[in-house]
Design a protein around this ligand. Structure first.
Ligand code: 5GP
Length: 211
C-alpha cells in the first residue's frame, strides 16, 4: 500500500478554503477532512443555520483545550485571531490507518509545525485575486461582525508573505478551477517516488524469478 499523506491548506479568511476542502472531500477518493478543535464559538452559516459541533469544528472550552495540550493530544495547534485551534493527533493517525490521505485546513503556524514533524506533508496556500475581492467576500459572507471582519483582513495582509514557505500556491478566482488545481496537486503528490516506494517494491518482487 502507498504511504498516506498529509495535505495542508491555508490562506486568509474568506478566500474559500472551506468550500474547496468540502468539494475535495466529496469529489476525490481516499481523502479525509480533519475536523479541528477550537475554543471559538459556533458562528452563523451563509444558509442561515449555525456551525455544528463535530461537523465544522469540535467546539471545546479553553480548559479542555489546555488539557489536550498537556496530554499531547494535538498533532499541531495555534492561537489564531483570538482563539485556539488544533488538530487531533488520533484523528490523523486513524484516518491514515484506514487508508486515507488527510487534509488539514489550518493556519500557517500549524502548517509549519506539520512540515517540521512530517517533511513529506504537502503545503498548499490559497491566495485571493486581490484585496478588494477578499474584502467583498469576507463582508459578503456576513458571518463576522464588521470589527471581526476588519481584524481578519488586517491579519490576512500580514500573513500573505507566508505563502513563500508553502510547496504550492494558487489563486482562487474560479472555484472549479481551484478545486481541480488542488486535486491535481493531490494526484501528483501521490505519485512521488517516496510515496510509491512500496508499490515499486511489490512490483519488483513479482519480477524476482527472472532476476
Ligand atoms: P475560522 O475561525 O475562520 O474557522 O478559522 C480561523 C483560522 O484558523 C483559519 O485560518 C483556519 O485555517 C485556522 N484553523 C482552523 N483549524 C485549525 C487548526 O486545527 N489548527 C490551526 N493551526 N489553525 C486552524
Amino acid at each position: 500500500m502507498q504511504k498516506k499523506l498529509t495535505f495542508v491548506i491555508s490562506g486568509p479568511s474568506g478566500v474559500g478554503k472551506g468550500t474547496i476542502c468540502k468539494r475535495l472531500a466529496e469529489e476525490v477518493d481516499g481523502i479525509a477532512l480533519s475536523v479541528s478543535c477550537t475554543t471559538r464559538h459556533p458562528r452563523p452559516l451563509q444558509d442561515g443555520g449555525m456551525e455544528v459541533n463535530g461537523v465544522h469544528y469540535h467546539f471545546i472550552t479553553p480548559e479542555a483545550f489546555s488539557r489536550m495540550i498537556e496530554e499531547g493530544d494535538f498533532y499541531e495547534y495555534a492561537h489564531v485571531h483570538d482563539d485556539f485551534y488544533g488538530t487531533s493527533r488520533s484523528f490523523v493517525g486513524k484516518q491514515k490507518e484506514e487508508g486515507n490521505d488527510v487534509i488539514l485546513e489550518i493556519d500557517m503556524q500549524g502548517a509549519l509545525q506539520v512540515k517540521a514533524a512530517d517533511p513529506e506533508a504537502v503545503l498548499i496556500y490559497i491566495l485571493p485575486p486581490s484585496y478588494e475581492e477578499l474584502e467583498k467576500r469576507l463582508i459578503g459572507r456576513g458571518s463576522e461582525t464588521p470589527e471581526k471582519a476588519k481584524k481578519r483582513l488586517h491579519d490576512a495582509a500580514s500573513q500573505l508573505g507566508y505563502a513563500y514557505a508553502y510547496d504550492y500556491v494558487l489563486v482562487n478566482d474560479d472555484l472549479d478551477q481551484a478545486v481541480r488545481a488542488v486535486e491535481n496537486i493531490i494526484n501528483v503528490s501521490r505519485l512521488r517516488t517516496a510515496e510509491m516506494k512500496n508499490v515499486i517494491d511489490q512490483i519488483r518482487q513479482s519480477f524476482k524469478e527472472v532476476l
